[in-house]
Unconditional design. Structure first.
Length: 455
């Protein structure tokens, strides 16, 4: 289908998944146009790559000869451009459906889970891409090794992709191998109950092709619907699993470890990524690569050279004066994992965390769990809730969340007032966290802290 496309239009082209698909189609010679609500570093890169993007809701700017319009569920249906796209004059397809079409003819390795999928899929893509097998990859973050969310190797039979549970998007995929890192309660605006979400993950396991593999984290409780000839393997940090880390030791701020496989041990692993959770991520990525024929030496070399993903425990400033880490964490369990990792690496530092809650429904559904995790740093600063696709819910606010947090050093801040607040507080270790537009603060904060360090 994609071979016949000449011109494609993306509604919400600046999204991380949308932009990877736009880049892929552009690489095949398709003319790419698109709309996004606001300019960003990513949309500027897409424009520099030759895509035509605008930032006003202008239906007249959708080319009449567009062969296909791609959209995401995040695009509001009252957008004038969406209304024109859905008028019947154009072919329309969800982002997830296009990804399903592109990956259907390849040996696809898909990474699913409510936490960790971006890092695991990016690490797996790096292993495959640098191996003799190669791969094309669609990533949910910017891999630092490539400064991109898309890796290209048209000659390879392998594709790596994230399998996104939001809006049941991952059910459009038919992977040869799949990873499930976690299935914690999330997206209850879509699934209503934790059991509803788990049922969708169960359905995802039924999509794995015959003679393929499922690699699932030890302890994830799901009903598996794989066919009889799909190999099922467990992985963990240090449990009795098919794939697990062993001989874990911390040298300075880097972990060293080995990975036990069903047929021996991959030794001498020392990724440059901090955080013990990244050992477990390494095990998951190594397991899928190993099952698909990558040799131990290639796995070791790739893991040891993987520099991470932008906004995933991303060290922005490291100096005697201040440490600054930016992270995408937006779920209570992700926040806890991040805080624990920071404490392990920097036990003597006072932690100041700035968190932007993401979605009114998520804040409401997990308010107590958020309060518990956000009471872990020494100081917490809350920004207003980032609404994304949602309208406000009465009684749900950052102030409501702040009241539940138990530490004494807590406050609210506007996004506009953050830089002045940081300048005044002079934190020892600063964390910015969240999945909304808090990412627009990362560069200004980095510049501020670097300038203060020069004085």
């Amino acid at each position: 289908m994609t071979e016949a496309l000449k011109k494609v239009y993306f509604l919400g082209i600046g999204g991380i998944g949308m932009s990877a698909l736009a880049r892929f189609l552009k690489s095949t010679g398709v003319e790419v146009h698109g709309y996004d609500k606001t300019p960003s570093v990513l949309t500027a890169e897409l424009e520099a790559e030759g895509m035509k993007i605008h930032y006003e809701d202008r239906p007249d700017l959708i080319p009449e000869d567009t062969g296909l319009i791609i959209y995401t569920p995040a695009v509001p249906t009252d957008l004038e451009e969406y209304k024109k796209a859905a008028s019947g004059a154009f072919s329309m397809m969800k982002r997830s459906e296009l990804l399903g079409v592109i990956t259907a003819k390849k040996r696809t390795l898909a990474v699913a889970g409510t936490h960790g999928k971006t890092t695991v899929s990016s690490m797996l893509a790096h292993i495959m891409h640098t191996s003799v097998l190669g791969c094309t990859a669609f990533l949910g973050g910017i891999a630092k090794n490539y400064d991109s969310n898309l890796l290209l190797n048209p000659e390879s039979d392998f594709m790596v992709t994230e399998a996104d549970e939001f809006d049941r998007s991952f059910l459009t995929l038919s992977p040869h191998s799949a990873v499930i890192t976690s299935a914690d309660a999330d997206h209850l605006d879509i699934y209503h109950t934790h059991q509803g979400l788990k049922a969708s993950f169960s359905d995802f396991t039924s999509k794995i092709r015959d003679n393929g593999h499922l690699v699932i984290k030890h302890g994830v409780d799901l009903e598996l619907k794989t066919t009889e000839n799909v190999g099922i393997y467990t992985y963990s940090l240090d449990k009795d699993s098919d794939f697990a880390a062993q001989n874990i030791r911390l040298t300075g701020r880097r972990y060293s470890f080995d990975i036990r496989t069903p047929n021996g041990v991959i030794t001498g692993l020392q990724p440059p990524l901090p955080g013990i959770f990244n050992i477990e991520n390494s095990v998951a990525a190594a397991a899928v690569a190993w099952l698909n024929g990558v040799c131990n030496c290639e796995i070791k070399e790739a893991i040891n050279s993987f520099t991470g993903v932008r906004r995933r425990f991303d060290h922005r400033v490291i100096s005697d004066r201040v440490i600054y880490i930016d992270d995408y964490a937006h779920h209570p369990e992700e926040l806890k994992a991040c805080f624990r990792a920071v404490r392990a690496l920097y036990p003597d530092k006072q932690i100041t965390a700035i968190f932007q809650p993401h979605l009114y429904t998520r804040t409401r559904d997990f308010a107590d769990a958020f309060a518990e995790s956000l009471s872990m740093p020494d100081r917490i600063i809350l920004l207003d809730i980032y609404p994304a696709r949602e309208l406000p819910i009465e009684g749900v606010s950052s102030a409501m969340l702040l009241d539940k947090i138990t530490i004494g050093d807590k406050q609210l801040s506007t996004k506009e007032g953050v830089l002045e607040l940081i300048d005044r507080l002079e934190p020892e270790l600063l964390l910015t966290m969240g999945a909304g537009n808090i990412d627009r603060l990362v560069e200004p904060i980095t510049e501020l802290l670097n300038k203060k360090g020069e004085k």
